[in-house]
Design a protein around this ligand. Sequence first.
Ligand code: SF4
Ligand code: SF4
Length: 446
Amino acid sequence: MKILNFFRKPSFARGVHPLQHKETAQTAIRRMPFAPRLVVPMSQHVGKPSKPIVCAGQEVLRGQVIAVADGYLSVPAHAPVSGIVEAVDLRPTLSGEWLQSIVIRAYEASSQEVLYGEQIDVDLLSAEQIIQAVQDVGMVGLGGAAFPAHAKLAAPKDYPIEHLLVNGCECEPFLTADHRMMLEWPQHLVTGIQFAMKACGAKRALIGIENNKPDAIAAINNILPADSNISVHAVKTKYPQGAAEMLVKALLGREVPAGARSYQIGVVMHNVGTLAELGRLIPRSQGFIERVVTVAGPGVTKPGNYLVPIGTPLRFVLEQAGVTNESVEVILGGPMMGSAIASLDVPVTKAISGIVVFDRSAMEASQGNVHPCIKCGECVNACPKGLNPSMLGMLAARREYDVMAETYHLDGCFECGCCSYVCPSHIPLVQHFRVAKQVVRERQAA
Ligand code: SF4
Ligand code: SF4
């Protein structure tokens, strides 16, 4: 039996295997031109919104700080383009909320060159100085959570950090931005990992990459010295391997206790994109003003990985990627955990890793008609959290939200969508659970 373990890739129980559609993994990162007008929301992260320090009519240069962090759990914002500030007012955002934003009319001849920042010797920086530098960059978790990256690195002193886990799984279908960054920026990634290890005090860093990305695994291994305290681990290609709890289980064989944070078991986790960007920006003390976004799906004629200035309107991004049909369904993030958006007249923010575009009729056809639950148990077999989505779904239909929370661990659901994916009755289980969680939150807050 032991020989079998050699071939077995670390992973977690249950999960699903959706078609991967990773065609854009072969497409090198391309720079997107500037839109005529960019809108930078002050709240693109968890925590307090940034505070604007520019006003209408003022000239700003690409890379200049245009808003400062408002306290510890906040980050600054930088100008993604050189131009004139047209307004500082409320604008619509991806969530549907109108948020305070800085609107910049781009100079037609704005250079791609970043006009702010200077080379610094990062070897001289202490752990505290690195954490401050991460905040100054304006970096947030690029895997989608948008938690300020510096706050994640500064774990409470009572919890010594043993391991930095680096999430390079990118298990959602269609998304390949992280894959391309690992391939094209491996040195930035390793530099970012070294900063993060120094900042949080981790003795080892483990990079988890799904085994469907052998080129990325090789690219990083090729530049690591033999005695490095950074190691690369191929994990099984299975959704949702990239969820934090699943990766902790796969890489360390440990579980994060219910209700606990990973630092409480001596672990800090960051996405590969976050660390590659830190490795790229901190040595030049530059702000985070553009990010790699996968634009893919059957509705896109020029799919690829684009370096998109923060604040670029979604409509402009889709036009550049060859989406001409208005009758499309646009999903932000991947199809498993992403959400459809109602308006294209909102800006790309720091948390957007992918935009997947479907033809609307194909989308409707693929969803199928909803039928009653046939008690097949497929959803129970798929749930990586060991929940009973079938029972939760029945309770949701009866709006028994409190029973869902108190008896069936609704709060354990992290909305991965595996149950909806496998359900032969096409019951939109995860949507029901999102609504239920929202209602429970509101009741608890009342
Ligand atoms: S969405 Fe929730 S209930 Fe459904 S499989 Fe994922 S964790 Fe389980
Ligand atoms: S997968 Fe769908 S039909 Fe089967 S038990 Fe779960 S909810 Fe019912």
